[in-house]
Design a protein around this ligand. Structure first.
Ligand SMILES: *Cc1c(COP(=O)(O)O)cnc(C)c1O
Length: 463
C-alpha cells in the first residue's frame, strides 16, 4: 500500500515511511492511496476472531509488503499482551447501554490501543532499517503517559515528554514520572501547557536541530494510530451483531482531535456495517458546529471536566476534508489557506450535505456530564469517566448504539466525587503509584534550555 499527502505535495511513500514520517514533508497528513474493502463473507467470519486476529486482518492490507505477515502478527500479539482484559476491548452491557471499554491498557485510557502498537512498530522498523528516533512531545495528561508506556525500554527510541509542572493531575503525573527506563525523560516545565506545546513546535521548526537529533512525534496525526483504532470498531460490531452483514450499529464517540471518530469513519468506508457516527464534544464544540453549519471556525478553548477533549483545532480534521472532497488536494489546500488567514473555513452546500450524512454531533455541558454520571451510576452502579459520559449523553436513547469508553473513571476521580459523592476504585495499573520512586527534571520554559537538555542527555547516554 502506498501513502499520499492530503496536500498532494509529495511522491507516494510506503507504509514504513508513512509511520516514521508522521507529518508529510509538505505539511499535510498521510492517507492511503486506496481503501481496501471487506466482503460480506469476511464479516460473517469476524465474530469467531480474537481482537488480535481481527487486528491482523484489518491491518494487513494497509501494511502491504512493508512487514511480513508473521512479523506483523507477532507485533500485534506483543502490543496487546499488555492489556489486562482477555478481549482487549470488551463490550459490556450496562442498564440498556452498550459500552465499548477501551481502557484496559497500561495507562487506563484508549490511547494505549494505538500507542502500544506504535511503540512496537517503531522499534521493529528501526531495528530492521537502521536509525534511531528521539520522540519529543508536550502533554496535558493522557497522551504523554500513553506515549511513554508505548516506548519504554524500546531499542533505538528515546522519549522527551514535557508537561506543565503542577498542572496535570497527580495520577497523570505519576503515570509518567514513575517510569524509570533509561530511554524515558520527563521534563516538568515552569510554564503552562501552551508554553510546552509552543516549545515542542519550536524544536520541530528548527530543522538543523530536528535532523541532527532525529526528532520524531507520536501525536494523533500518525497514520498507525488511526489504523489501530479502526480495529475496535470492527471488533465491537462483530461481537454485538454476531456477524450479520445487514445489522448496522451506531457509535457515539467522545471527540477532541477527531482521531478516534475518524477511525470509525474509515472503518465504515472499509465496509464495517456502521450506521450513525456521533461526534460527542464538550463545550469546545468546533466539530459539532461544523456538522450543524458547514462552517469550521476556531473559538476560545474552555476548561471542562473532560480535559482530554479541551481542543479547538482538531488535528485529524484535514484527513476528513480530503475524503470529503474525493481526494482533491487542491481544494484541501485552498480551504486550509483560508483557515490560516481568517480562522474560518466553510464547505459548500453539496459537501455539507455529505457531512450530515456522515456524522451527527452534539455538544454536552459539564452539568450534563455530571448528571449523566449520576444517572448511570444510580441505575446500574457503573461509573462512567467524564469523557465517556459526554458520549453517552450525546448518544441519547437510540437503539443499536455502542458508546466508546475512552478512560477509566478513576483517572478523573475529582469529577466522579463531584457527581456521585464517592471515588471510583483504582484499577491495578493505577494502584500504589503515589508511593513509587520518580524521575523528572524541572526546566524553564525556554526552547534553548530544553534543546541544551536534550543534547546533553543524549550525549551522556552515548558517552
Ligand atoms: C484523547 C482522548 C479523547 C479524544 O480523542 P481524540 O482522538 O482526540 O478525538 C477522549 N477521551 C479521552 C479519555 C482521551 O484521552
Amino acid at each position: 500500500m502506498q501513502y499520499v499527502s492530503t496536500r498532494g505535495g509529495i511522491a507516494s511513500v510506503g507504509f514504513a515511511e508513512a509511520v516514521m514520517m508522521g507529518l508529510a514533508t509538505d505539511g499535510g497528513l498521510l492517507v492511503p492511496s486506496e481503501l481496501p474493502h471487506v466482503t460480506a463473507k469476511r464479516l460473517r467470519a469476524w465474530p469467531a476472531l480474537s481482537f488480535q486476529e481481527l487486528a491482523l486482518e484489518i491491518l494487513a492490507p494497509f501494511v502491504g509488503e512493508a512487514i511480513p505477515t508473521d512479523d506483523l502478527r507477532a507485533l500485534i500479539e506483543r502490543s496487546y499482551a499488555t492489556f489486562t482484559h482477555p478481549q482487549v476491548t470488551p463490550v459490556v452491557e450496562v442498564d440498556g447501554l452498550r459500552i465499548l471499554e477501551l481502557f484496559h491498557g497500561p495507562t487506563a485510557a484508549f490511547k494505549d490501543v494505538a500507542l502500544q502498537l506504535l511503540g512496537n512498530l517503531f522499534e521493529y522498523l528501526l531495528a530492521r532499517d537502521g536509525g534511531e528516533i528521539n520522540i519529543c512531545g508536550a502533554t496535558s495528561g493522557d497522551t504523554g503517559s500513553a506515549a511513554i508506556h508505548g516506548v519504554r525500554g524500546k531499542a533505538g527510541i528515546s522519549i522527551f515528554m514535557l508537561h506543565p509542572k503542577g498542572r496535570v493531575s497527580p495520577i497523570q503525573e505519576r503515570q509518567m514520572t514513575t517510569v524509570l527506563d533509561a530511554n524515558v525523560h520527563n521534563i516538568a516545565l515552569h510554564g503552562s501547557f501552551d508554553d510546552a506545546q509552543r516549545i515542542v513546535k519550536d524544536l520541530f521548526n528548527d530543522l538543523p536541530f530536528k535532523t541532527e537529533l532525529s526528532l520524531g512525534a507520536v501525536n494523533s496525526i500518525n497514520w498507525a494510530r488511526i489504523l489501530a483504532q479502526m480495529v475496535y470498531y470492527a471488533f465491537a460490531w462483530a461481537r454485538v451483531s454476531g456477524g450479520d452483514p445487514e445489522r448496522r450499529l451506531s457509535f457515539s464517540v467522545p471527540t477532541g482531535n477527531f482521531g478516534d471518530v475518524f477511525a470509525g469513519y474509515l472503518a465504515r468506508r472499509l465496509g464495517v456495517p456502521i450506521d450513525r457516527l456521533i461526534i460527542a464534544t464538550n463545550r469546545n464544540d468546533i466539530l459539532a458546529r461544523f456538522v450543524q453549519t458547514g462552517v469550521y471556525e476556531i473559538g476560545q478553548v474552555y476548561q471542562t471536566l473532560s480535559p482530554a477533549m479541551d481542543i479547538q483545532i482538531a488535528s485529524n480534521f484535514e484527513r476528513y476534508l480530503y475524503y470529503l472532497h474525493d481526494g482533491d488536494a487542491q481544494v484541501v489546500c485552498k480551504l486550509l489557506e483560508t483557515m490560516r488567514q481568517t480562522g474560518r473555513l466553510q464547505v459548500d452546500q453539496r459537501i455539507h450535505t455529505r457531512v450530515r450524512d456522515d456524522f451527527e454531533a452534539a455538544a454536552v455541558s459539564d452539568a450534563e456530564t455530571l448528571e449523566q454520571i449520576r444517572l448511570t451510576f444510580a441505575r446500574s452502579d457503573y461509573i462512567l469517566c467524564p469523557h465517556t459520559a459526554v458520549g453517552v449523553k450525546a448518544g441519547g436513547a437510540r437503539s443499536d448504539l455502542i458508546c466508546l469508553a475512552t478512560a477509566h473513571p478513576a483517572k478523573f476521580n475529582e469529577s466522579i466525587q463531584l457527581a456521585i459523592g464517592r471515588e471510583a476504585p483504582l484499577p491495578r495499573s493505577l494502584q500504589g503509584l503515589l508511593d513509587l520512586p520518580t524521575r523528572c527534571v524541572e526546566l524553564d520554559a525556554d526552547p534553548e534550555c530544553i534543546k541544551a537538555h536534550i543534547r546533553s542527555t543524549l550525549a551522556g547516554r552515548q558517552a
